[in-house]
Design a protein around this ligand. Structure first.
Ligand SMILES: Cc1cc2nc3c(=O)[nH]c(=O)nc-3n(C[C@H](O)[C@H](O)[C@H](O)COP(=O)(O)OP(=O)(O)OC[C@H]3O[C@@H](n4cnc5c(N)ncnc54)[C@H](O)[C@@H]3O)c2cc1C
Length: 376
C-alpha cells in the first residue's frame, strides 16, 4: 500500500491549493472522485475576485490572497490570474441606506471605493434604467479571475513538488489503525497519518466516514447563465453589476453577459443542475434594472456553494478524531480566497499556526476552527 504524509480528499480549488502548499514540505496525495478535478463548484463559479463580501475573516483571507494573484510564483501560470473589472453595486431609492452601509463597511480597506449618484452610475453602465437605479457604490478593485489557470497552477505546482493527484479515486472508507489511516478508494488503498477533508459539498459525508461529528454544512444551489448583450452595446469595459440586496448580478464575460439570480437554495450534495424558474427570475430582475432584453440563453449551469451556520470556512484538526483535518465551507468565496486558504491549511496541518501576514490581516485560528461546532 502506498503511504503519504497527507491524503487530501477532493481535487477542487480547496484540495489543490492545500496540496500545492503541503507538497513543499511533505508527501501528498490528492484523491478526486471525478475524471476532472474542476467538475463541481470550482469549474462553475462566476470568477470574480471580491474583497468586500462575506464575514470579516473571509474578507481578510481575500485581501491576503491579492499579492499571490498579482505576483504568482515563477511558472505558476502563463497569463495574468486577475484582470480589472470593477463592480457597481446598485440600489433603488428605497435601498439608499443599504448602499450607505455597504460603502461605510468597505471603504476602510478599498481605497478607491466611491459612492455614486444615479447619473454617475449610468455613466458607467448606460443601459441602467432611470426609474430603477437611484445610486450605487463602485468597487474598482473587483477583478475577473482566470479560475482554470489558478486551479491548474496549483495542481501542476503540486506535481512539480512531488505531490500526486489520483482521479477516479472516490473515497470509499477510512479506518484508523494506530497512528495511521487506511484510506480505501475506487483506485486502491493508501495510508497516511493525516486525512484532509476538502470534499466541497461532501465534506460532512467524508467526516462521517472518519467518525467525526458533522459541522452542519449546507450546500446551496447557485445558478448562472450566458446571454447576448444588445447589439453594439460595447460592454467589454463595463463593470460587473450587482444589486445591493443581492437578488441578481450580471457581468461581461468574453463578449457576452453572465447573469445570476444570486439564488441560494439548500440542497443535498449532488451534481446540481439549473432550474429554469431561477433563470426566469434572474431575467425578470435584470430587465427591471436595465434595458437589456434577454432573448436567448446561450448556456446555463448551477453549482453548490457550501456554508456552515456562521458563514465562515472551517479549517483545522477535528477536536475528537485524531489525524482528521477539515478544509470546508468555502461558500461563495473559495476561489478568491484560495491562495490564503491553501497556505493557512498547510500551516495549520503542519502545526505552525496562522501565517504572520494572514494574522496581520485579522485571520485567527479560532474564527475558522472546527472546535466551534464541537462546542455547539
Ligand atoms: C455560480 C457560482 C458562482 C460562484 N462565484 C464565485 C466567485 O465569483 N468567486 C469565488 O471566489 N467563488 C465563487 N463561487 C464559489 C466557489 O466556486 C467555491 O467556493 C469553490 O469552488 C469551492 O471549492 P471546493 O474545492 O471546496 O469544492 P469543489 O470544487 O466542489 O471540489 C470538491 C471536490 O471533492 C470531490 N469529492 C467529493 N467527495 C469525494 C470523495 N468521497 N472522494 C473523492 N473526491 C471527492 C468532488 O468530486 C469535487 O471535485 C461560486 C460558486 C458558484 C456555484
Amino acid at each position: 500500500m502506498d503511504s503519504y504524509d497527507f491524503i487530501i480528499v477532493g481535487g477542487g480549488i480547496a484540495g489543490a491549493s492545500a496540496g500545492y502548499e503541503l507538497a513543499a514540505h511533505a508527501r501528498v496525495l490528492v484523491l478526486e472522485r471525478e475524471s476532472q478535478p474542476g467538475y463541481h463548484s470550482t469549474g462553475r463559479s462566476a470568477a470574480l475576485y471580491v474583497q468586500t463580501h462575506g464575514p470579516a475573516v473571509v474578507r481578510a483571507l481575500a485581501r491576503g490572497a491579492k499579492n499571490f494573484f498579482l505576483n504568482p510564483p515563477a511558472g505558476f501560470a502563463e497569463h495574468p490570474l486577475l484582470t480589472p473589472r470593477g463592480m457597481l453595486i446598485i440600489g433603488r431609492a428605497d435601498q439608499a441606506a443599504l448602499l450607505d452601509q455597504n460603502f461605510a463597511q468597505s471603504s476602510r480597506h478599498i481605497v478607491g471605493l466611491r459612492r455614486l449618484d444615479a447619473n454617475e452610475a449610468r455613466g458607467m453602465v448606460p443601459l441602467l434604467n432611470e426609474d430603477y437605479v437611484a445610486g450605487a457604490v463602485l468597487d474598482p478593485e473587483v477583478m475577473d479571475m482566470d479560475v482554470h489557470a489558478i486551479h491548474w497552477g496549483f495542481i501542476r505546482g503540486m506535481r512539480a513538488r512531488g505531490g500526486r493527484l489520483a482521479i477516479g479515486a472516490g473515497l470509499q472508507g477510512l479506518e484508523r489503525n494506530g497512528s495511521a489511516w487506511t484510506v480505501r478508494t475506487a483506485a486502491g488503498d493508501f495510508a497516511a497519518p493525516v486525512v484532509i477533508d476538502a470534499a466541497g459539498a461532501w465534506c460532512d459525508e467524508v467526516g462521517a466516514l472518519a467518525g467525526a461529528g458533522a459541522i452542519g454544512l449546507v450546500p446551496k444551489r447557485r445558478t448562472a447563465f450566458i446571454f447576448d448583450p444588445p447589439p453594439g452595446a460595447g460592454i467589454a469595459g463595463w463593470p460587473s453589476v450587482i444589486d445591493v440586496g443581492e437578488e441578481f448580478y450580471f457581468k461581461p464575460d468574453a463578449g457576452k453577459f453572465l447573469g445570476s439570480p444570486a439564488d441560494q437554495t439548500p440542497m443535498e450534495p449532488c451534481d446540481v443542475q439549473p432550474d429554469d424558474f431561477d433563470i426566469a427570475l434572474a431575467v425578470e430582475r435584470i430587465q427591471r434594472a436595465a434595458r437589456i432584453p434577454v432573448t436567448h440563453i446561450n448556456r446555463k449551469w448551477a453549482g453548490l456553494r457550501s456554508f456552515v451556520a456562521d458563514g465562515s470556512p472551517v479549517v483545522g484538526y477535528d477536536a475528537r478524531v485524531e489525524g482528521f483535518f477539515w478544509v470546508a465551507g468555502q461558500g461563495g468565496y473559495g476561489i478568491e480566497t484560495s491562495p490564503s486558504m491553501g497556505r493557512l491549511s498547510a500551516s495549520l496541518a503542519l502545526g505552525r499556526g496562522v501565517p504572520a501576514d494572514l494574522a496581520a490581516q485579522g485571520v485567527t485560528e479560532a474564527a475558522l476552527s472546527p472546535a466551534r461546532f464541537a462546542r455547539a
